[in-house]
Design a protein around this ligand. Structure first.
Ligand code: HEC
Length: 307
C-alpha cells in the first residue's frame, strides 16, 4: 500500500469507528438514558430496593402523589391518599386504585418520576405496580400497594436542604409489550397465593440472612411451617423468640412478616413485608419447601440466581 493511502486510512478508520459509535448511541440513547437515570436518579427516576436501611431518622418529608392516564387508555387511576408524611428511612405503604372502564382486557405500563429531580436518587420503591406491565380485566377495580422509603442520606445532600415535599408522579400508558404482562387481579383480597412469586421474593428479600438448610444471620427456614419458633439447633435466638411459645402456622408467619418486632416484642429480625399479597406468596413458598427430608441434595429447593 502506498504510504499516502495508509496515511488516509489512519485518519479515516478512526473517523468511521467514531461515526459507528455515535450512530449506536443515537439508536440506543433512550435505553442508555433510562439505564443511566435509574442508576443515578438523574431526571427524577427512582430506585428499586429490596429492604429499607433499618435506620429511621427524626427528619420527615412529605410525599405527594400525582396520577395521570394517557387519553387512549380507558382507565380510572387515583391515589387513595393525596400525601403522606414519612420519617427518612421509614418504610411506608400507600395504595392506588385502578379501574378498567372499558369492555376488554387492557395491559398498561406506568412511567414515573419524582420532583424535584434531586430527590430521585434517595427515593426507593420496594413494591410497585410500575415494575411490570399490568393487565386489568374489563370493569375490574383493584387497589394496588406501593411500598417505598426515602433514604436518610437525603437530609445530608445540600441540594435537598430546602426540600420538604417530594411529588411522586405516575402516568399510565397503553403497553407496547402486552405479552409480558402480569394480572392485577393478584392484588384482590381473595386472590390465591403464588408460591413461584414467593420464591422470587424469598430470593430477593430473605436470602441476605436466611437459607433453607443452613443457619446464617437468621435461622434456617426449610420446614419452618409447623415448627416451633426459636428451636433450630445451633442458632442463637433472641430470648424473646426463644420463649415465644409459638408454632409457625401460615397465619403466624403472616403476622411475623408484617412486623416481627410488634408480633414478638424483643425479636431481632429487622425486616418487614408490608403488603399482604407479597406475604401470602412468601408463606405459600415456605409451605411448599416443606420439611428438611423433602429436599434432596444440599440446596435444591433454595432459590438460586434464576430470577
Ligand atoms: C437482615 C436479616 C434478615 C432478613 C433479610 C430476614 N430475616 Fe428472618 N430472621 C432474622 C433474624 C436475626 C431472626 C432471628 C430473630 C430472633 O432471634 O429474634 C430471623 C427469624 C426469622 C423467622 C423465625 C424462625 C424460627 O426459627 O423461629 C422466620 C420465620 C423468618 N425470619 C422469616 C424471614 C423471611 C420470610 C424473610 C424474607 C422476607 C426474612 N426472614 C428476612 C433476620 C433476617
Amino acid at each position: 500500500m502506498k504510504p499516502s493511502y495508509r496515511k488516509h486510512l489512519n485518519v479515516l478508520l478512526p473517523a468511521f469507528a467514531a461515526l459507528g459509535v455515535m450512530i449506536g448511541l443515537v439508536a440506543y440513547s433512550p435505553k442508555i438514558y433510562r439505564v443511566f437515570c435509574s442508576a443515578t436518579g438523574y431526571g427524577g427516576t427512582t430506585h428499586r430496593a429490596y429492604a429499607d436501611p433499618a435506620v429511621t431518622s427524626k427528619k420527615t418529608v412529605t410525599v405527594v402523589f400525582d396520577t395521570n392516564v394517557a387519553s387512549d387508555l380507558p382507565w380510572r387511576f387515583e391515589p387513595e391518599q393525596r400525601a403522606v408524611t414519612v420519617h427518612l428511612g421509614e418504610q411506608k405503604m400507600v395504595f392506588f386504585t385502578a379501574e378498567n372502564l372499558g369492555s376488554e382486557s387492557i395491559v398498561s405500563h406506568a412511567t414515573y418520576n419524582v420532583t424535584p429531580n434531586t430527590s430521585g436518587p434517595y427515593f426507593n420503591k420496594i413494591q410497585c405496580f410500575c415494575f411490570n406491565e399490568e393487565r386489568l380485566d374489563p370493569h375490574q377495580k383493584i387497589e394496588m400497594p406501593v411500598v417505598f422509603f426515602v433514604d436518610p442520606a437525603f437530609a445530608d445532600d445540600p441540594d435537598n436542604h430546602a426540600v420538604n415535599t417530594i411529588t411522586l408522579s405516575y402516568t399510565l400508558l397503553r403497553s407496547v409489550n402486552p405479552s409480558q404482562s402480569k394480572n392485577l387481579a393478584r392484588f384482590l383480597p381473595n386472590a390465591p397465593p403464588d408460591p413461584v412469586h414467593g420464591k422470587q421474593l424469598f430470593s430477593e428479600r430473605c436470602t441476605a440472612c436466611h437459607e433453607l438448610d443452613a443457619n446464617k444471620t437468621g435461622p434456617l427456614l426449610g420446614g419452618v411451617v409447623g415448627r416451633r419458633a426459636g428451636t433450630v439447633p445451633g442458632y442463637h435466638y433472641s430470648p424473646a423468640l426463644q420463649n415465644a411459645r409459638l408454632v409457625w402456622s401460615g397465619d403466624n408467619l403472616d403476622r411475623w412478616l408484617a412486623d416481627p418486632k410488634k408480633f414478638v416484642p424483643g425479636a431481632r429480625m429487622p425486616v418487614r413485608v408490608l403488603d399482604a399479597p407479597s406475604r401470602h406468596d412468601l408463606v405459600a413458598y415456605l409451605q411448599s419447601v416443606g420439611q428438611k427430608s423433602d429436599r434432596t441434595g444440599s440446596n435444591k429447593a433454595a432459590p438460586g440466581g434464576e430470577f
